[in-house]
Design a protein around this ligand. Sequence first.
Ligand SMILES: Nc1nc2c(ncn2[C@@H]2O[C@H](COP(=O)(O)OP(=O)(O)O)[C@@H](O)[C@H]2O)c(=O)[nH]1
Ligand SMILES: [Mg+2]
Ligand SMILES: [Zn+2]
Length: 320
Amino acid sequence: MKKPSAAGGDAAAVREHALVLVAHGASARVRLASGEETLARTARRGLQCVCGDEVICSSDSQRAQWQLYEVCPRRSALYRSNARGRAELVAANLTLLVVVVAPRPEPDLFLVDRYLAAAASAGIGSLLLANKADQEFTLELRADIAALEAAGCAALQCSASSGAGLEALRARLRGETVMLVGQSGVGKSSLLRQLVPGSGAVVGELLKSDEGRHTTSAAHLYTLPGGGALIDSPGVRDFAPAPEMLDAGTLGFAEVAALAPQCRFADCAHMREPHCAVRAAVDSGAMSARRYESYRRLRRLREQLLEQLPHSQRKPRGSG
Ligand SMILES: Nc1nc2c(ncn2[C@@H]2O[C@H](COP(=O)(O)OP(=O)(O)O)[C@@H](O)[C@H]2O)c(=O)[nH]1
Ligand SMILES: [Mg+2]
Ligand SMILES: [Zn+2]
């Protein structure tokens, strides 16, 4: 039986801001402003939250059952594209995307570029992290990393197994909301264990009370010991940016953004147009040919994905 209350039954309700640690269907593991962690169920259909979201939760006065009824405005949102070109929200409020590469498995630099492009287009900072510094880096990989640095991408080296470079990494991550991404096998889980002691045991436990469903592929938010947060997203391995979230003019390529004002046409796509400063920079060696090839591939991928979308959903951003 419901307790009668003076102000329309809501008088005893408690409201609190909370941070989403794991989101899964209609429920989420949240950390309340008080520090308490609890399960909250979304109050209505269509209310979508993701890892990293700030939300408002409410409960009865016993604080036993929490409902999640509002998602606070996001400072940033990282989207991926599903196979049909639709945007899927991966994580909210990230400030730094850490793209991990290693000598093995064979690096996929085009995947790295797609992550960097998505981060730049979303206003999220990025860091290239070369892990397994205890192994030998080929000349080619060194050159690829140098080209990314020349394009303005910050880079660090470390080894999750030897510990080399981890202090500098911790210092860089302090206070940031970070997501570690990269190919399977580059060492993301190993890095997580180093950066968040005890995190290994937590995976898979966070939502155990949620109808026994498993969440091994769901993103988890961990608190960094020095302040800040780290989101581990095992579900994001291959990655295509959501086409309508990419900056339509530059696709998030920093070199292209820097060169584009010198192209003859203001809407130059830097593909076949005459007097294109981007292509001139590639010809002169000022821009990496591999990065430019990556730009071209991403432009084609973006077009393919946009074509699959219904017209109403094509809302190219940027370039005006
Ligand atoms: N030599 C070396 N091996 C590493 C390093 N970091 C991770 N590994 C190994 O690389 C493999 C994949 O690591 P894991 O953390 O599971 O990669 P993930 O798939 O990105 O999560 C494991 O065998 C790790 O022990 C490192 O810095 N140096
Ligand atoms: Mg892993
Ligand atoms: Zn151009």
